[in-house]
Structure formats: C-alpha cells, structure tokens
Write a protein of this length. Structure first.
Length: 91
C-alpha cells in the first residue's frame, strides 16, 4: 500500500510541475522539450537501423542544401505565354 501511495505521489508531483509548460504550449502553440527525445531516438535508430539513419542524414543534408536563386534576367515572362489545355470529354 505504501508503494502505491508513493507512486501516486510521484505522479501527482510530476503532473503539477508540468502545468506551466502545458499552459505555455496552449497559449503560444509552441511545443517544448522535444529535442532530447528526438536525439535519443536518433541514437536508437542508428544502433538498430543503420540504413535508415544514413537515409535520415541524406534527407537532412538535402533539406539544408543551398539552391541557387535564378537571376532577374533569366526570367523571361513577358515574351512567353502559358497555355493550359484540357482534354475533350466527349460523352
């Protein structure tokens, strides 16, 4: 019985301590404290699924890669026309 009361006390204190964070998330819409869990899951993924971890690294590099911006003289919209053709629906 003492073990159940201690466990209930720990859960109650943890719930009370998270009230400010939950109120902040509800007020601002921002999520807090997700970085550590993501890092921990990344380590587990690296251990048990190395190919998935490699794919995640490649996707991250592609997302952060810089793409060249086209120059202003490359855009020749004045002399081109956009044509949209629709298929004929003969019923």
């Amino acid at each position: 019985m003492e073990l159940i009361a201690t466990l209930a006390g720990i859960i109650a204190v943890a719930w009370l301590l998270t009230i400010p964070a939950r109120r902040y998330e509800k007020r601002t819409g921002k999520k807090l404290g997700r970085g550590a869990a993501g890092a921990g899951l990344g380590v587990v993924q690296e251990l048990f699924q190395p190919s998935a971890a490699n794919a995640a690294v490649i996707v991250e590099e592609q997302r952060e890669a810089r793409t060249p911006m086209p120059a202003a003289e490359d855009k020749d919209f004045d002399n081109n026309r956009i044509v949209i053709s629709l298929p004929n629906n003969s019923s």
